[in-house]
Design a protein around this ligand. Structure first.
Ligand code: SAM
Length: 288
């Protein structure tokens, strides 16, 4: 068990995960700005990208790269610096660190050291696209990037087919049309939205079925910029007919008690237990 008393911690030695804009620099929050100014060191993916952000906002804090090639070696040094009272900020090139970006193992190491990370949250392309898509937002599943090759991509998509939630993917322009076509095959021709260049000058959200969108991008060619694809949840399964229900029950009752068969069929058919139980009793009577 752990508690969050981060806001009571002294100003020094803080580790802050800082969200940065996904396009529009106006989205850098005042708290994010304060955390970047106050830090002794900013760890980032690419010092050139974060250097530009810092230059724009007059942030003088030094930046150092933290990426998959040096992360393992750097983590103990970052922890040591925190213990010596230095304040560290973690950013990514854009959006929230850790969301399809480095940082999770560093946050884990900070927590394991008994320190409490703080966050100055900012935009992330995933939820920005979700709220623009016009698709159900009560439940969503963020799936990040799909595999680039079609076979592996279809397999990954079919593993997600039963999730009763909107699905969110990051995708590159050159693979978009093929990804939409594969998704249409693996998930069925669901409603979807392609959200591009969010918060930037050429922001665009295109909505339609997966096959319509696939056809559009096949004809138009790869669009420019950064892309999020949001796909609607599966349609609710149709209730099985009385005949189907009886067949399922007969099957289940051959090898199980009536009680177990009813529980099993209720579960797989999505039908009310009372109705399944009544049908099961009728079948038992008929078989006497
Ligand atoms: N950490 C980032 C976040 O919080 O969204 C995501 C980083 S991930 C390496 C980069 C991908 O995010 C892009 O390829 C694109 O799919 C998506 N993305 C980032 N910025 C975007 C934007 N402004 N519009 C649309 N998609 C964006």
């Amino acid at each position: 068990m752990s508690s969050n008393r981060a806001n009571e911690a002294p100003a020094s030695g803080r580790f802050t995960i800082v969200g940065t804009p996904i396009g529009n620099l106006g989205d850098l929050s005042p708290r994010a700005l304060k955390a970047l100014h106050a830090a002794d060191m900013i760890y980032c993916e690419d010092t050139r990208v974060t250097g530009k952000l810092c230059a724009h906002f007059g942030i003088k804090t030094p930046c150092r790269a933290y990426h998959e090639h040096n992360a393992e070696a750097l983590r103990p040094r970052i922890i040591e610096a925190l213990e010596q009272g230095q304040s560290i900020a973690l950013v990514s090139d854009a959006g929230m660190p850790l969301i399809s970006d480095p940082g999770y193992k560093l946050v884990q190491a900070v927590i394991e050291q008994g320190l409490e990370p703080q966050v100055a949250p900012g935009p992330t392309a995933a939820t920005t696209a979700l709220v623009l898509a016009g698709l159900p937002s009560d439940r969503f599943f963020f799936a990040g990037f799909l595999p680039p090759k079609s076979g592996a991509r279809r397999k990954a998509l079919s593993e997600l087919a039963q999730i009763p939630a909107s699905l969110i993917f990051y995708e590159g322009p050159s693979r978009l049309a093929a990804m939409l076509a594969d998704a249409s095959e693996a998930l069925g021709d669901r409603s979807a939205a392609v959200c591009r260049e969010l918060t930037k000058l050429y922001e665009e959200s295109r909505r339609g079925t997966l096959s319509q969108l696939a056809q559009h991008y096949q004809l138009q060619g790869a669009p420019k910029g950064e892309i999020v694809v949001v796909i609607a949840p599966p349609a609710p399964a149709e209730a099985p007919s009385e005949g189907d229900l009886d067949a399922m029950l007969e099957d289940a009752m051959r090898e199980n008690s009536l009680k177990d068969a009813v529980a099993y069929v209720t579960n797989i058919s999505g039908t009310k237990k009372k109705l399944v139980y009544e049908r099961a009793l009728k079948l038992k009577e008929q078989s006497r």
